[in-house]
Design a protein around this ligand. Structure first.
Ligand SMILES: O=C(O)CCC(=O)C(=O)O
Length: 291
């Protein structure tokens, strides 16, 4: 016979337990110095930008790209004035917490393992992305310059699908000419701060080709703004005006069009590691169908 001990009634709502993983240090492979201790990423560093911007062309195959585009659920879009978006597994709560839930398989295979091969999220608290924001831009649409903020570990991997687009990188408006990264102190004393800054001609542009991934981490994540101009054509693209020109998979294609990129429908998948994850809130709110 089973024992039926009386249970104490719990007050509702259940207290929200935020589980922070044991490793909460920020990445050291993406520190303030110019060096890249990750040999997997070193060949892909955008040399004429501050650390740590990496551009990997052909991260996906054309059939993987087609399959991903076909699997994006059509009923989940939120329509904004100049783009539409959807978040997986869900949007964050008002206090930037992710309700614990797995990413759908179509967003993880083969991408997460490939990101792991390059050790891109190796030092973030969860060791892999737990959140994907999908943005879709028609030609003529864009996103205002912004930073991604403190809800996430300072590493983002942006996969581009469908068409090429230019991402603008710029200083924050309150930028003062204080070097944000220094190889060593001697170099600093020999060179005025503004000279150090001029080593990187900002604002600049990164071309994101379909099937590429752009990794933005550490100082690159924290200290700069990124945005996409709402335009139909990106013009004057070449080695002098595009920071990642040498890393592009097909710069000859752009050159053959006279340095012009006629925009098409471009979809981005931004993979991030949300710091605060709540299992308890997930049980309570997840059942209410939050997405
Ligand atoms: O679509 C992109 O490449 C940029 C997206 C972005 O900046 C964001 O989701 O915060």
């Amino acid at each position: 016979m089973s024992s039926t001990a009386p249970t104490k009634k719990q007050p509702f709502p259940t207290p929200v337990e935020i589980s922070l993983p044991p490793r909460v240090t920020f990445p050291t492979i993406y520190d303030e110095t110019m060096t890249c201790p990750n040999p997997m990423l070193q060949p892909f560093r955008i040399a004429n930008l501050p650390p740590h911007f990496y551009y990997l062309p052909d991260f996906l195959t054309p059939s993987e790209e087609a399959s991903l585009l076909q699997k994006i659920p059509s009923q989940r879009w939120t329509h904004l004035a100049h783009r539409r978006l959807q978040a997986h597994p869900s949007t964050l709560t008002k206090n930037n917490t992710l309700l614990a839930a797995p990413l759908p398989v179509w967003l993880t295979v083969p991408i997460i393992n490939r990101l792991k091969e390059y050790r891109i999220f190796a030092e973030t608290p969860h060791g892999e992305p737990n959140h994907v924001l999908i943005n879709e831009y028609q030609a003529g649409e864009g996103i205002m310059p912004h930073e991604d903020g403190g809800a996430y570990a300072p590493v983002v991997a942006t996969i581009s699908l469908g068409a090429s687009i230019c991402l603008d990188i710029m200083h924050k408006p309150a930028h003062v000419a204080t070097p944000l990264w220094q190889p060593d102190q001697d170099a600093m004393s020999e060179s005025p701060a503004n000279e150090q800054q001029q080593q990187y001609a900002l604002p600049t542009r990164i071309v994101q080709e379909p099937r590429s991934v752009l990794v933005t981490a550490g100082p690159a994540y924290r200290e700069y703004l990124h945005g996409i101009q709402a335009r139909d054509v990106d013009e004057h693209l070449g080695p002098e005006t595009v920071a990642n020109w040498d890393l592009l998979g097909d710069s000859a294609l752009i050159a053959s069009h006279g340095g012009r990129n006629v925009r098409g429908i471009r979809t981005s998948l931004t993979y991030r590691d949300v710091l605060k994850v709540s299992s308890a809130a997930s049980k309570v709110l997840g059942g209410l169908g939050r997405r």
